[in-house]
Design a protein around this ligand. Structure first.
Ligand code: ADP
Length: 204
């Protein structure tokens, strides 16, 4: 809900089709969700490389990176997590509208927050694809690349997703990846095949 009054939407003079046609691209959002260390950022980075190799206009919004700037005034309380995801949803929507294949990698643990990000894309007639990076917590905890699970288990981080804060798995994700069962390259192949299937990118 906007705090401002007397604001009016101002349409531009060009249509989305004109913009995307001129750029030769189709915008959409691939929303990676999953536990910390499930592989969201690793897969999104590798996918970004694969897409750039194919000259696809894409951009990655990464959880930790966005918290360094746009969202540096937010913590990890439920309210702050909700606001974090709300802002990312809006930014992803703008990137998608601009014609980018937008990759977001955020734990985004609460279903309601992800559903809002989806709803804002739906309202803007932009495709939103939820990708569940479904890695068992035991595997995530064993990887623990940033030592966060160790800290959470020791009580040094409160409200850590999967330990003392819930992760609500997507009920109807468009794509499920199981990085514990195959390598990063295979996860990327599945994402690329998915994007080809959806007509977002041309078949190679
Ligand atoms: P997240 O972004 O979900 O927090 P990261 O991508 O930062 O997770 O960390 C995942 C870790 O797991 C990385 O250290 C990565 O190298 C490792 N890893 C091992 N196997 C895989 C795989 N198949 N897919 C993705 N990451 C993997």
């Amino acid at each position: 809900m906007s705090k401002a009054t007397n604001i009016h939407w101002h349409d531009g003079d060009i249509t989305r089709d004109e913009r995307w046609g001129a750029l030769g691209c189709k915008g959409c959002t691939l929303w990676f969700t999953g536990l910390s260390a499930s592989g969201k950022s690793t897969i999104a980075c590798a996918l970004e490389q694969a897409l750039v190799n194919r000259k696809v206009n894409c951009y990655r919004l990464d959880g930790d990176n966005v918290r360094h700037g746009l969202n540096n005034n937010l913590g990890f309380s439920a309210d702050d997590r909700a606001e974090n995801i709300r802002r990312i949803g809006e930014v992803a929507k703008l990137f998608a509208d601009a014609g980018c294949v937008t990759l977001t990698s955020f734990i985004s643990p609460y279903r309601a927050d992800r559903d809002k990000a989806r709803a804002t894309h739906d309202a803007g007639k932009l495709a939103f694809y939820e990708i569940f990076v479904d890695t068992p917590i035991e595997v995530c905890e064993q990887r623990d690349p940033k030592g966060l699970y160790k800290k959470a288990r020791a009580g040094q981080i409160k409200g850590f997703t999967g330990i003392d804060d819930p992760y609500e798995a997507p009920s109807k994700p468009e794509l499920v990846l199981k990085p514990a069962d195959y390598d990063v390259a295979e996860a990327v192949r599945r994402c690329v095949a998915f994007l080809e299937d959806k007509g977002v990118i041309k078949k190679a």
